[in-house]
Design a protein around this ligand. Sequence first.
Ligand code: 13P
Ligand code: 13P
Ligand code: MG
Ligand code: MG
Length: 364
Amino acid sequence: MEKVTLSVIKADVGGHVGHSAMHPKLPARARKELEESKKGGKILDYCVTHCGDDLELIMTHRGGVDDEEIHKIAWDVFMACTGEAKALKLYGAGQDMLKDSFSGNVKGMGPGVAELAFTERKSEPVLVFMADKTAPGAWNLPLYKIFADPFNTIGLIIDPAMHDGFTFEVLDAKEGKTIEFNTPEEMYDLLAYIGSTGRYLIKTVKTKKGEPCAASSTQKLSQIAGKYVGKDDPVCFVRCQSGMPAVGEVLEPFSFPHLVTGWMRGSHNGPLMPVSVKQATPSRFDGPPRVTCLGFQLNEGMLGDPRDMFDDPSFDQARSMANKQAYYMRMHGPFEPHRLPPEDLEYTALPQIQERVKHRFKPV
Ligand code: 13P
Ligand code: 13P
Ligand code: MG
Ligand code: MG
């Protein structure tokens, strides 16, 4: 059977109001554009949503990963929506569109991309996660728990189809190199790297037999632009059930609102709060960082109706914990570890201050 490709491509093309949410005209325009591409036969199906001020295009097609036409479609949608955002004078219109013209692949041009091509199973549940006010390292902890922690995923112990464990592909974002680790046998080696969430990013996860299970966007905007232009606000998706983690095992790590980098001015640590799409409106101190999840049952490449997975009272406690943590972190004001250390600050006035006061330093 011909493989289906799931491409989740996102960009911040303007916030309403500030960086807090999405103006309804943007997703409306994106749907109009993608409907045309669907009629043209290049994409099988699409779903447009948003997380905070990030526009999310979830698309299925037969073109495989890194398909130039698909990337061009996404780029053109973001450009069209940038036009809408500029006309509305939205904040940061075209924020993630870092290049003037399309050059074959949206990677390295600003938008974030997570893609996998796979053979659709008898039943194919997929969960798509989207975050705002954070960076791709935010997925390390949940992906580790989903695929390698038996205290999270009981299937690793009691499902013979999962008992072999999984292979993690980790990107060294500084050196631009990847390495694979097998779990459970190399679990400590894996953790030695992925605990450093700013540099080592889980890019994909597959079964030991090579069946792809999960992919995340690992593009880092500040590396592409060479300066702070907003946070990466990454996406990630996970195939579920039948030898892969169950839907509930994939959602479970998000019941713990772990600390991630991002939040105000991309320069603070704060809890990642799981929310419904409606509640993906980071407002307090431009946060706290949010994660949403749409679930799909693929059907011959069609996405069908999405389910808003965090729109559920069983995540109320996680949201309440996140709010408590947000208060605790906020009380540190400009102090670390709420504010990031100088080397990780997305932007800083420190060099100017240093220049101005340096002559006042006296040797001790
Ligand atoms: P500006 O108001 O200068 O854009 O900075 C604040 C902010 O929101 C960063 O994106
Ligand atoms: P975004 O990356 O979501 O645009 O947020 C930018 C920011 O600086 C918020 O304070
Ligand atoms: Mg923004
Ligand atoms: Mg954003």
